[in-house]
Write a protein that binds this ligand. Structure first.
Ligand SMILES: Cc1cc2nc3c(=O)[nH]c(=O)nc-3n(C[C@H](O)[C@H](O)[C@H](O)COP(=O)(O)O)c2cc1C
Length: 188
């Protein structure tokens, strides 16, 4: 019997606060992954601010080295970010900058990426979603096609550290399936 295909996903949350709704959504995605799929939720807190002087060996900070290894090793990324001042958060943009060199030829090139934005407002951080699109286009990543997932009024949709709203859960599950389909397509 052949083993089911394996999918190594990397989860990035744009928020590092303890009770983050973004991280709660990533946890929910991780819990509901289909057989064969795994997800590491990477802790972005130890990353220093981007400094091009340190973006080469042997000066690369350990936390950056760890992020680069995780990105290089994963089959696809699942990114959830709140909207901060009409864009993605600085924490997330900083992480993307660290793994984005050399320009257009980095480990993000061709990497399938699923995007979710969240917000306490009803719009669900749709401007941060556009920002993420622009940035992942610049890194030549493969943004998973389909309906945009922007979860508004998020504080009423998460409980006990998990996403509980039925319609948001359906949207996130559909996006997870689309990410895995994109990875499968790339393997053909
Ligand atoms: C610095 C800051 C800026 C924010 N800017 C926006 C914004 O531009 N648009 C919006 O819809 N919500 C904005 N919010 C609300 C966040 O989207 C909301 O607090 C969200 O739940 C934070 O995500 P987290 O729970 O993952 O930490 C902002 C919050 C903070 C702290």
């Amino acid at each position: 019997m052949t083993a089911p295909p394996s999918f190594r996903l990397l989860g990035l949350s744009g928020s590092i606060r303890k009770d983050s709704y973004s991280t709660a959504i990533l946890r929910t995605v991780k819990d509901g992954l289909p057989e064969g799929a795994t997800m590491e939720i990477f802790d972005l807190r130890p990353l220093p601010p981007y400094d091009e002087d340190d973006d080469e060996e042997p000066r690369t900070p350990d936390a950056v080295r760890a992020l680069k290894s995780a990105v290089a090793a994963c089959d696809g990324m699942f990114v959830v970010s709140p909207e901060f001042n009409h864009g993605m958060t600085g924490v997330l943009k900083n992480a993307i900058d660290w793994v984005s060199r050399p320009g257009y030829e980095s480990i993000l090139k061709g990497k399938p990426v699923a995007l979710v934005t969240i917000s306490s407002s009803p719009r669900g951080g749709i401007r941060a979603q556009s920002h993420l699109h622009d940035v992942f286009l610049s890194t030549v990543s493969r943004i998973v096609p389909g309906r945009q997932v922007a979860i508004g009024g998020v504080e009423g949709k998460v409980a006990g550290g998990r996403l509980t709203d039925a319609s948001s859960l359906r949207a996130v599950t559909r996006l997870t399936d689309a990410l895995i389909a994109e990875i499968t397509l790339l393997r053909r």
